[in-house]
Design a protein around this ligand. Structure first.
Ligand code: NAD
Length: 484
């Protein structure tokens, strides 16, 4: 199996190679096979990308928004036309099953390009009357934006950052995760085909040091990172030195609260989606499932029954529901958390072992019950198919326990009592929440975290503000009244 791109980077409208950069092997997680090798960006490649972005941005920012929008819209159409091929590449890059990549990854990226294309031409300023004088406001691009991606949704992340950035007249230099470098290069190709002028969306490969070089460059106005909290802390600090705008989409340990009047079938389905989709490698997963004691046994029985039927296997077979984890490193990390959960006294309901499937990085979908708040499994982000079920008695108790974490990315509530649903969601400390649903993230809805889980929002109208700045223009309509 090969998925070698034409070259490692995409800069100024064309593929670029520089073999002086350290090699990065791209591994297909279902077999452990090396399917491509890319090279880290050298200082020369980084310079070309930033210089190209800076040079192209001014004309792009000055263009009529509706013309920019037309290009983004075309890119969305191309993505939709090529979705089967793009989904296959995403599966090779990440190990996620085609059943998911065909519907969730590039399609969501296309939605975001289409939605921001529609929105950008409708962005206007305000007029503020001051009697004789007045102020009007303009929403201007920031300039050159840097996007840095995680490996779990590589192409969706690239689109979610590029779409609002480009729609609002910015240029972007994007660094994918070194674990999944392939999808973003396709996006860069598609943009050129759709008519985007060269230099406005560049892709450079590399590990953290390449990201750091981008973040600290004087030409960069904004940094948008999707990654873990420790990386976010470093990148935020680097960006702060240059007083750059930031969006930080970081990790979580989100609560999913199930009251005993909820539909058990729906709550179990949501808990499974929120723990096993993408083999559990989703930042907003509801990995602390709080179940009220009255339905605990029914919930666990149905959960075990449905989990046993999950089809684990070859991600390129469309009936496969769960693939491997993204890498050997991630596999070791997840198996370490499973061992710790067992050692700390959590009760294993199902799974808990590697799945014996060829040489890939497979872990069985795993459920632990009787998890307590102090266990490592309830405190740290696992990023694998490992669900922790905790019990609770009262509403006040579960709200306090759900909020007792440094994270604040997401939260969900299942109950038939809608007054309670709104009351509880109103008190949960999280940026993205659901009532009787979980992990649905349409582009129309703002997405992001509170507390350590992040700063800023992607998607929705909110993202427009994070990729633009307001200029106020005071207009004097009469003589200047100076006391001198
Ligand atoms: P990571 O933090 O290891 O890496 C993220 C990116 O940052 C990579 O591209 C990496 O090369 C880069 N990076 C690392 N050090 C850097 C530095 N010093 N300067 C600049 N860039 C640097 O994260 P990961 O393992 O790729 O992804 C998993 C994490 O991402 C999880 O914690 C998950 O919760 C989080 N995540 C969050 C969201 C969200 O939207 N909130 C979405 C997906 C993933």
């Amino acid at each position: 199996m090969r998925a070698q791109p034409q070259a490692s980077h995409f800069v100024n409208g064309a593929y670029v190679e520089d073999r002086d950069g350290a090699p990065i092997e791209v591994v297909y997680p279902a077999t452990g096979e090396v399917i491509a090798v890319v090279h880290e960006a050298t200082p020369a490649v980084i310079e070309a990308a930033l210089a190209g972005a800076a040079a192209a941005q001014a004309a792009w920012g000055a263009m009529r928004p509706v013309e920019r929008a037309r290009i983004l819209r075309r890119a969305a159409d191309i993505i939709r036309d090529r979705n089967p091929d793009l989904a296959r590449l995403e599966t090779l890059d990440t190990g996620k099953p085609l059943q998911e990549t065909l519907v969730a990854d590039w399609p969501s990226g296309a939605d975001s390009l289409e939605w921001f294309a529609g929105l950008a031409p409708a962005v206007t300023g305000e007029t503020i009357p001051l009697g004789r004088d007045f102020v009007y406001t303009l929403r201007e691009p920031l300039g050159v934006c840097v996007g840095i991606g995680a490996w779990n949704y590589p192409s969706q992340i690239a689109c979610w950052k590029a779409a609002p950035a480009l729609a609002m007249g910015n240029a972007m230099v994007f660094k994918p995760s070194e674990v999944t470098p392939l999808g973003a290069l396709k996006l860069a190709e598609i943009f050129i085909e759709a008519g985007l002028p060269a230099g406005l969306f560049n892709v450079v490969q590399g590990r953290g040091s390449v990201g750091a070089a981008l973040v600290t460059d004087a030409r960069v106005a904004k940094v948008s990172l999707t990654g873990s909290v420790p990386t976010g802390q470093k990148v935020y600090a680097l960006a702060a030195a240059g007083v750059r705008h930031v969006t930080m989409e970081l990790g979580g340990k989100s609560p999913l609260v199930v009251f005993d009047d909820a539909s058990v079938e729906d709550a179990v389905g949501a808990a499974m989606l929120g723990n096993f989709y993408s083999a559990g490698q989703v930042c907003s997963n509801g990995t602390r499932v709080f179940v009220q004691k009255g339905i605990k046994e029914r919930f666990l029985a149905r959960l075990a029954e449905r989990t046993a039927k999950i089809i684990l296997g070859d991600p390129l077979v469309e009936s496969t529901q769960m693939g491997p984890l993204v890498s050997a490193t991630q596999l070791d990390k997840v198996m370490g958390y499973i061992a710790k959960a067992k050692a700390e006294g959590a009760r294993l309901v199902c799974g808990g072992a590697r799945a014996a499937l060829n040489t890939g990085y497979y872990v069985q979908p795993t459920v632990f019950a009787d998890v307590t708040d102090d266990m490592t499994l309830a405190r740290e982000e696992v990023f694998g198919p490992v669900m922790a079920v905790l019990d609770f008695d009262s509403e006040a108790e579960v709200i306090a326990r759900a909020n007792d974490t440094e994270f604040g990315l997401a939260a969900g509530v299942f109950t038939a009592d809608l007054a309670r649903a709104h009351r509880v969601v109103g008190q949960l400390q999280a940026g993205t929440t659901w009532i009787n649903a979980y992990n649905l993230t349409p582009v129309e809805s703002p997405f992001g975290g509170s507390k350590r889980s992040g700063v800023g929002r992607e998607n929705g109208h909110a993202a427009i503000e994070h990729y633009s700045q307001v200029k106020s223009v005071y207009v004097g309509m009469g003589p200047v009244d100076a006391p001198y």
